[in-house]
Write a protein that binds this ligand. Structure first.
Ligand code: HEC
Ligand code: HEC
Ligand code: HEC
Ligand code: HEC
Ligand code: HEC
Ligand code: HEC
Length: 305
């Protein structure tokens, strides 16, 4: 098998990060344990968050508040962060509560854990993302170096600066259908249902390029490519505008080409939502539902009106 993720895979899958070898840890018995499969904690979220909550400085922090990226220009990770496990999270995916899957035809309810989306023992996908998160028999591949590009790999053994560089948002460039992975659960968005012209779609389209419908003025590819003015932040101290939103670069062949803004770039789920969450409602990249200065900042980057 080819390993695709960058950690918890192959030779970096250290059993004792998560399992006891016997019913004890360094000769000490584990209070309350051992747990199922000899895990160090009695549930998956607590196990993963025992390192990924900011207490282990080399493990990418995925639970608010997150400080580890404050020295980077993006100041955040690609996926963003969760809030407290077991409490409804209006700002992203809720962990550890039985909830309905929104925008899903079947309307299933699930209790999300890290293992709802990540393969705990690693796989060949980017960030060990599951091939079939909705358990419908799918095989969704999302490979590093093919569909997604990163410039800095995490260090082995892990280091604090290596993890910051590897997991900060600007270290990732997207090429192919990330949306396909998200819509395995949110399958009402699986197709762009069409509408009556001049509108093309019934809901916001995905995987559509800025220059796909030339001359209808729905989008402004020149404004997008330029990257200044309405919607765009001049720098991180700016109170108007936000950094360029993530996009798909269908013609990319490596990290550098995946970061070039051009009119063939496509809008996808990640242009508007973080995978884990952020401080805006519905995991959005800008305060669209809260209002204020920047409520349409992201929209303006592509639709300069
Ligand atoms: C003992 C601490 C520890 C535990 C427990 C742990 N992780 Fe990690 N994890 C790390 C570290 C450290 C890294 C970054 C490695 C590096 O920078 O070299 C990492 C990286 C990752 C990555 C990024 C992988 C990639 O391909 O880049 C994912 C995803 C991840 N962990 C998920 C999980 C999940 C899910 C669990 C629970 C099943 C978990 N981790 C439990 C320490 C831990
Ligand atoms: C990042 C955390 C993590 C690491 C590292 C890890 N495991 Fe696991 N392992 C889990 C979790 C979580 C489960 C429970 C999965 C579930 O409940 O579905 C599990 C379950 C298992 C199981 C029982 C279920 C199955 O999949 O067969 C075995 C056996 C196992 N692990 C072996 C290992 C071995 C051997 C290693 C080292 C090569 C290892 N694990 C490393 C998190 C981890
Ligand atoms: C709803 C699906 C989902 C759940 C649940 C989820 N993740 Fe992720 N995670 C993702 C996706 C998608 C990415 C990649 C995002 C990107 O690069 O744009 C990611 C990225 C990561 C990364 C890379 C660092 C970063 O912030 O970008 C780590 C580490 C990670 N996840 C750990 C976890 C842990 C630990 C949990 C449980 C506490 C968890 N994830 C739960 C979907 C999920
Ligand atoms: C394993 C199935 C699964 C996958 C995969 C998944 N989601 Fe979700 N999603 C859910 C569930 C369940 C909820 C409801 C959680 C809640 O109420 O907070 C949800 C809620 C959301 C919400 C609303 C959040 C809120 O605060 O109300 C957004 C936005 C979202 N998902 C976007 C995405 C994106 C983008 C991806 C791909 C990176 C993705 N989802 C992948 C299951 C999934
Ligand atoms: C990353 C670029 C991007 C962002 C961000 C973006 N859009 Fe779009 N939008 C597009 C593309 C591409 C199309 C399809 C091209 C077309 O319709 O000509 C589109 C189409 C539309 C349409 C027309 C739909 C139709 O029926 O044709 C509307 C309305 C729209 N967007 C509103 C918004 C709003 C509101 C926001 C912010 C919440 C937003 N867009 C954010 C790229 C973007
Ligand atoms: C152009 C920006 C944009 C794109 C692209 C986009 N969304 Fe959204 N999404 C929004 C906005 C704005 C909201 C909140 C307002 C609303 O519910 O209409 C939202 C809401 C959601 C919700 C919550 C619905 C609920 O009932 O709580 C989910 C789930 C979701 N989006 C998933 C996705 C997925 C999956 C993709 C990719 C296939 C995607 N979105 C692409 C802007 C976008």
């Amino acid at each position: 098998m080819v390993w695709g993720g960058q950690w918890h895979i192959g030779t970096s899958l250290n059993c004792d990060d998560c399992h006891l070898q016997h019913a004890s840890k360094q000769g000490q018995s584990l209070p309350g344990g051992p747990y199922t499969y000899l895990l160090l904690k009695d549930n998956i979220n607590d196990l993963c968050l025992s390192c990924h909550d900011g207490t282990n400085a080399t493990a990418p922090d995925v639970q608010a508040p997150v400080d580890m990226y404050s020295s980077t220009s993006s100041q955040e990770s690609a996926a963003g962060y969760f809030e407290t496990v077991g409490i409804d999270n209006p700002h992203g995916h809720t962990l550890g509560v039985n909830v309905l899957v929104p925008l899903q035809n079947e309307g299933n309810s699930v209790t999300l854990t890290c293992a709802s989306c990540h393969a705990v023992h690693g796989n060949s996908n980017y960030r060990n993302l599951l091939y079939d998160p909705a358990s419908v028999g799918a095989t969704i591949t999302l490979e590093e170096g093919l569909d997604v590009f990163t410039q800095n790999n995490p260090a082995n053994p892990p280091t604090v600066s290596g993890s910051i560089q590897a997991y900060e948002r600007d270290n990732v460039g997207y090429k192919n259908d990330f949306s396909q992975w998200c819509v395995s659960c949110h399958n009402q968005l699986a197709t762009n249902s069409s509408s009556t012209p001049p509108a093309h779609f019934n809901a916001h389209p995905n995987n559509v390029a800025l220059n796909e419908f030339v001359g209808d003025y729905h989008t402004d590819p020149a404004h997008w490519t330029l990257g200044t003015g309405e919607g765009f932040a001049v720098d991180t101290s700016s109170t108007t505008g936000i950094p360029r939103v993530p996009f798909l670069a269908p013609t990319a062949s490596d990290y550098t080409t995946s970061k070039i803004a051009q009119s063939s770039n496509k809008v996808f789920c990640g242009s508007c939502h973080k995978a884990h969450g952020k401080d805006n409602n519905k995991s959005l990249l800008w305060p669209f539902l809260e209002g204020g200065n920047n409520f349409i900042a992201g929209c303006q980057q592509c639709h300069y009106k």
